[in-house]
Structure formats: structure tokens, C-alpha cells
Design a protein around this ligand. Structure first.
Ligand code: C2O
Length: 590
């Protein structure tokens, strides 16, 4: 398409023209000095409906060949449901399939003589307060290191050992378990790319924290969180890289040898890292772009329960990742992992991620996002209420070395689980991106040059930049209409190589002018990123993405337009990737 830049007079540069919503002094503090100097200056769903959905699903299961364990379905209390259920017998776990593994692929937990017992949360008399990792007291640091050192000193086969803690992630994320409890031993159990993501990781960290507390005889011990959503916390937590008692970082128990050396402190995290190239942004712009990314994923694209959590796992339809999982969460994994390792070990791939202490700091903040999202709008931001979600269950060894079964429905309130987060400012709530060009009319100007989605033969290849005109379901929506329903751009059936880091950026009404549009601009609808799963059994995986565009269209003054121009930009791992459908729909809120 011809460059349209000549049609416009004012073209702001890549980053926002809005003053940053944080103090620029964050960039001049000694913590960030080097990198800054090196850069330019400065549901309550009707239960009947839920039941109907489950009836549908059961019919699908039966229709698709399988009475397949229909009898087994009753094992889980309802013949009509499909809640993800970890096996009762953990010895049914198998080695995972990873080519050239740097870490072990035998990820199964130690055998248990008894079936998992249902877990009951204790009554906690005092909350464990998880501190921000960049504000730790010396006492905390020495306790934390003592706890990790004690864990690392346990024999590998002990359910509390560091190795076993890491293997939990590998087992649940790389296909060590099957869905035998749902009558589908042919399907791997997977806790990513769906609404199961938040609760699984919450329980995982809960037991990890309780075990660490037990090892140092401190039941109030709480994991730190890596505060990557706040400028003052945007570096890899220093505790993980500082020298040990002998001056060598390798003797620091929270050190991990497999990290990207370019991303050690004081480098600021890039929440849009593309897997290879550094952003090149200066300190203030990097922080500002990170905050706009957070706004996009926590506000614009998180207006509904499905959008924030992702969709429930379903044996027949690929589920979708939620807004935080499919963007910032996955990108940070890749940013920390060592690109010189075969799969970006440790953090850059799921089978090994749990070997790096940073994993637990990272997931503590991901878990904090769940809490913040609910607190931001308690009336509208609700946990999922489907039968399948509430009754999904996992199996862990608890702090007493007992195998227990835990349910999603018991983890929705951190206070009942005995913990909370030390408060930290959330400057991203004021970081709404700013438009590069208002009222560009670029979609209408592209008619003839760019195909309309309804004329495209899907699947559409994603290995090069693709532009598509997508029709909106309604124009000129009133404030009341916007409050009742959010306008969402859906990318359904994204197929990508599950053995590589994949990242796709999605822009709306972006104008070709040679200037890169970053997350700081309203035109940036969002990102879909994936951490390698090394699934082994199938190289290509399917998922989907959704981006809220109501505010985006307001900002760029395109609310009257019948079509929007969608630009899909592959950033990493897109060879062979395709998408089955691109559409815009209005989705009711609350
Ligand atoms: Cu199970 Cu950060 O992933």
C-alpha cells in the first residue's frame, strides 16, 4: 500500500506526547543510572445456562467418538461437566518430551502411598504479606535466602526439594499428566492458555510459600513479588543477582545460571520484548511504554471475565489465554531466559521455568494482577463462575509432605489463603495510550488496496505483515451502549509453532509512515505472545486473542467509521503461523 504519511500533517514520534504518569526521577535514581546514561537523554451466569453449556459439551464429546470414558465422567461428581482434574494417581505421570533438554524431563512427583486428600485451608491468624522485591529489608533477604538454601539442600526426591518444586511446573505445563479423570487419557493436561492459568499458579505459589516458611520455621514467611508494573520495580530483582557470602553470585541461592545476561540489573524490563532485539528506547520511554502496555492489558483488553482470565479449557475447542497471560506474562518469561540455551532455559520455556527463583517472583506479581483487577472494579470484575472453572482441581504436596487436591473455587480470595500484597502504586491506571493520528480515516482510504475480512480466504498467513479491513458491528455508539458492551477485536484460531517463542503485535488504523507504532500509542491494540511449551506430541498449537478497542477508537476518533484497518505484525517465531478468523463483536460487560 502506498505510504499515506503525506496525507497527514502532524506525526508524533513513536512514544507518547503525554507526560509520563510517573516521576522521571525513577530514571535518575542510582538504581537505573547505567541504562539511562547509555541511552538518549533523558459470571454471575444463570446456573441453568451453565448446565446447558455442559450438556452441549457432553453431547460434543459423545458425538466425537467417544463414549470414551463417559462412565469415568461420573467420577468427578457430574456426568455433564469437564473440569480440568489432575490424576488421583500421580504415578500415571510420564516424562515430558523436550529435544536437547538442559534440565530434566522426568518431571513427575514422588509416588504417594495414598490418593490425594481434599485440602482444607487452615484458619490463618496473621496474614502473610508479600513484599515488593525491590524494597526488601536486609532481614527479609537473609530469611528468604536461608529458605531457598534449605530447599536446595534437600535431596532431589524430597517433595519439598528445589528440583521437585521446579518439576511441578514442568509436569503441569509440558504434558506429563493426561486428562484421564475426564475420560480422556489421550489428551494432555495443560494449565496455560485458558482460564485455569491464574488459579493453578496461585495454588502452586501458595504451597511453595508454605514450604519455604516451614523450612525456616516462619509461618508468616511470604514470597516477594517482582513489581514489573511500577517504574521503581522494573529491573530483574537485585536479590537474584547479588554476590553470595563469598563474593561469587553462584553461591547466592537465588542466583540462576541460565538468564539473559543482557537483561541483568540495571536494564529495565521491556514488556514488549520481541525475543531478540532490544527496544532501543531510553529509560523514560521504556518505562512509559511498559505502563501503556499494562494499561492496554489490564484496562482496555480486560473488560470482561473471559477477556481477563481467558476461556475455560475445552477438549474440542481451543481455549484462549487471558489478557495478562497472553502478553506481559509470556513476554517477561522470554525476556529473562537465556537465548543461548536451546529453548531459552530457564525462564524462556515452561519445562525449566520453575528452576529460576525469579519464576516465583514473576508469578507473585502475575497473581497480584488478578487481585488488582478485581479491586479496580469490584462490581464488574468478577471471577469465573462456570461449573468447570470452580471445580477444576490440581494435586500438590503440601508443607506436611501430604498429597492434597485443591480446587479453583477455594483460591479466589487471597485473604482466606492467608496472604496479601504489600501495597505498591499502580501508575499504569493513568497511562492510557495517546493517539498518533486522530480521525485519520485510514480504513476508508485503504478500500481497494486492502482486502476486507469477508473477502479473505482464511487461514491467513502470519509470517509477514498482514493488513485486513474489518467491519464493525455498530458505529457511533452512545456512552450508555459503550458502558453496556465493549467492542472487541477477535483473532480466532491462531496456529503457531509451540516449540518457539511467538509474538504477534496487532495495530488498528495504523498509518504507514515509516515510524514504528509502540504500545505507547492508542493505535496499538495489543500483543499475543507464547512461551515455548515443547509439547512434543504436536508442534503446532492453537489459541486465540482478543483486544478491547472501545477506548482505542475513541482516542483515534474513529468511532464513526464502518471499518477499521487491522495490521498484524509478526515479531517472533511466526514461520508457518496462521489465523482462522478476524472479526469485531460487541461483548456485554458485567
Ligand atoms: Cu506456568 Cu509463567 O507460567
Amino acid at each position: 500500500m502506498a505510504s499515506l504519511s503525506s496525507l497527514f500533517t502532524t506525526l508524533p514520534t513513536t512514544t507518547s506526547s503525554r507526560p509520563p504518569s510517573f516521576s522521571k526521577s525513577a530514571c535518575t535514581s542510582p538504581r537505573f543510572k547505567v541504562s539511562c546514561n547509555a541511552s538518549s537523554p533523558d459470571d454471575q451466569k444463570d446456573p441453568k445456562l451453565t448446565l446447558l453449556e455442559n450438556v452441549d459439551r457432553r453431547n460434543m464429546l459423545l458425538g466425537l467418538g467417544g463414549l470414551y470414558g463417559a462412565a469415568n465422567l461420573t467420577n468427578i461428581g457430574s456426568a455433564l461437566a469437564y473440569p480440568i482434574t489432575a490424576p488421583d494417581d500421580v504415578s500415571h505421570c510420564v516424562n515430558v518430551n523436550v529435544r536437547n533438554p538442559v534440565r530434566g524431563v522426568a518431571c513427575c512427583p514422588p509416588a504417594s502411598a495414598t490418593a490425594p486428600k481434599p485440602y482444607h485451608l487452615p484458619q490463618f491468624s496473621k496474614l502473610r504479606i508479600r513484599p515488593a522485591a525491590h524494597r526488601l529489608t536486609p532481614d527479609y533477604v537473609s530469611n528468604y535466602k536461608a529458605a531457598i538454601a534449605a530447599m536446595k539442600a534437600l535431596p532431589d526426591g524430597h517433595p519439598h526439594s528445589w528440583t521437585q518444586q521446579a518439576k511441578v511446573h514442568c509436569a503441569y505445563c509440558n504434558g506429563a499428566y493426561s486428562q484421564e479423570m475426564n475420560g480422556r487419557p489421550d489428551l494432555k493436561l495443560q494449565v496455560h492458555n485458558s482460564s485455569i492459568f491464574f488459579p493453578f499458579h496461585r495454588w502452586y505459589l501458595y504451597f511453595h510459600e508454605r514450604i519455604l516458611g516451614k523450612l525456616i520455621k516462619d509461618p508468616t514467611f511470604a514470597l516477594p513479588y517482582w513489581n514489573w508494573d511500577n517504574p521503581t520495580g522494573m529491573m530483574l530483582p537485585a536479590i537474584c543477582e547479588e554476590p553470595g557470602s563469598d563474593g561469587d553470585p553462584r553461591s547466592n541461592p537465588t542466583f540462576d545460571p541460565y538468564r539473559n545476561v543482557k537483561h541483568l540489573p540495571p536494564t529495565i524490563v521491556d514488556l514488549q520484548f520481541n525475543g531478540t532485539a532490544e527496544s532501543g528506547l531510553n529509560c523514560v520511554d521504556q518505562m512509559s511504554t511498559n505502563l501503556s502496555t499494562m494499561y492496554g492489558q489490564m484496562v482496555n483488553s480486560a473488560k470482561t471475565t473471559d477477556a481477563f482470565f481467558g476461556t475455560d479449557p475445552n477438549p474440542e475447542i481451543a481455549s484462549k489465554a487471558g489478557s495478562i497471560e497472553g502478553s506481559v506474562h509470556n513476554v517477561v518469561h522470554d525476556w529473562v531466559g537465556n537465548p543461548r540455551m536451546p529453548h531459552g532455559e530457564d525462564m524462556g520455556t515452561f519445562y525449566s521455568a520453575g528452576y529460576d527463583p525469579v519464576f516465583y517472583f514473576h508469578h507473585s506479581n502475575v497473581d497480584r494482577m488478578w487481585k488488582i483487577w478485581k479491586d479496580l472494579n469490584p462490581r464488574r470484575h468478577k471471577d469465573p463462575t462456570s461449573y468447570d472453572w470452580l471445580n477444576a482441581s490440581f494435586v500438590f504436596y503440601d508443607e506436611n509432605e501430604e498429597l492434597v487436591r485443591v480446587y479453583n473455587k477455594d483460591c479466589v480470595d487471597t485473604r482466606k489463603m492467608g496472604y496479601n500484597y504489600e501495597p505498591s502504586r499502580i501508575p499504569w491506571v493513568n497511562s492510557r495510550p495517546v493517539p498518533r493520528i486522530r480521525a485519520s480515516n485510514v480504513a476508508a482510504r485503504s478500500f481497494g488496496d486492502v482486502k476486507k475480512a469477508e473477502k479473505i480466504e482464511f487461514p491467513l498467513k502470519l509470517d509477514q505483515i498482514a493488513k485486513v479491513l474489518v467491519k464493525r458491528p455498530a458505529t457511533k455508539r452512545s456512552d450508555e451502549e459503550k458502558a453496556a458492551a465493549t467492542e472487541v477485536l477477535f483473532l480466532n484460531g491462531i496456529k503457531y509453532n509451540g516449540e518457539r517463542f511467538f509474538k504477534l503485535d496487532v495495530l488498528v488504523n495504523d498509518v504507514d509512515d515509516g515510524i514504528e507504532t509502540t504500545a505507547a500509542s492508542s493505535e496499538f491494540a495489543g500483543t499475543f505472545a507464547q512461551v515455548p511449551h515443547n509439547p512434543g506430541h504436536e508442534m503446532f498449537m492453537t489459541s486465540g486473542a482478543q483486544f478491547g478497542i472501545t477506548e482505542l477508537l475513541e482516542d483515534i476518533e474513529a468511532e464513526d467509521d464502518e471499518y477499521v484497518l487491522v495490521t498484524l505484525i509478526p515479531k517472533a517465531g511466526a514461520e508457518g503461523a496462521t489465523v482462522d478468523e478476524i472479526k469485531i463483536e460487541l461483548v456485554p460487560i458485567g
